[in-house]
Design a protein around this ligand. Sequence first.
Ligand code: TYD
Length: 206
Amino acid sequence: MLDRFIVFEGLDGAGTTTQSTELVRRLRAIGSSCDHDCEPTEGILGTQIRRVLRGEESLHPCTLALLFAADRHEHLHAVENGVVSRIEAGRTIVSDRYVYSSLAYQGVACGGEFVDRANSGFPHPQLLFFLDVPVSVCLERITDRGAAELFEKEHFLTAVAERYAEVIDRAERDGAVVHRLDGARPADSIAEEVWRIVAETPIVSM
Ligand code: TYD
């Protein structure tokens, strides 16, 4: 488990970006040195992934799964700026998505075994927030946003939702500290709940 590493997961439209942004704002407001990261990252591999997601390039789904895993490896272990070295330097990292996204999304196209193998060895975060939102609500939010990416199709999201539930349960059985939040509520009330949980967690709240 990686101390001071906090992850938000959920379907497209579940609110991971809103909630991770708000948590970082609150942590900084109390003087915590805190970074807001995301996966796919803004690095060279993450940039290529986003091109595929936008439909500008095409890759075999399992090649894409490997690329997500490679991007994640760099995110964690980049020598100067990886999550691990920033945590060692005393920072708190809040990440919008992590390994559980790969297990859920890429699991649909590539199968669980393939993505498990590609993603073995990534540690659990200290806190894992899963924003639980029905597919129908996610689809409404995505449509409002107007940008339909490769993964934002109804049948696909339904399959991802089923896998996510299994993946999050498995993480919990494996010892991860999981908080499932009803993400269909107003963003403010979710942010309050997140903040209560973070404030009760040793190290993070310091
Ligand atoms: P995200 O950045 O949350 O979307 P947005 O464009 O709204 O900011 O995530 C991009 C997409 O990538 C999202 O559909 C989930 C998907 N994804 C995977 O399929 N596998 C992964 O390992 C990760 C991290 C994301």
